[in-house]
Design a binder for this molecule. Structure first.
Ligand code: SF4
Ligand code: SF4
Length: 69
């Protein structure tokens, strides 16, 4: 459906829930489990890099997470 597009600013692939038809093909396609399907919302959920400033990186107490491009 073309519902997943690249955000050129952050480098994240973003799901447009207005275009998504909830088929779950993207969930099946990701071999890393990087996309999960929200049954209540009827749309896939994935990392959006928090708009380019990842909260998980900021919160990691050991610095084990890094954002690399
Ligand atoms: S569920 Fe995934 S593959 Fe299906 S339309 Fe939505 S974004 Fe595209
Ligand atoms: S906290 Fe980390 S994993 Fe979650 S959306 Fe933000 S960048 Fe992605």
């Amino acid at each position: 459906m073309g519902a997943i597009t690249l955000n050129e600013h952050t480098g994240a692939w973003i799901v447009d829930v207005e275009e998504c038809i909830g088929c779950s093909d993207c969930v099946e396609a990701c071999s890393f489990g990087g996309i999960v399907f929200d049954e209540e919302l009827g749309v896939p959920l994935k990392c959006d890099l928090c708009g380019g400033e990842p909260e998980c990186v900021a919160m990691c107490p050991t610095g084990a997470l890094q954002l690399v491009s």
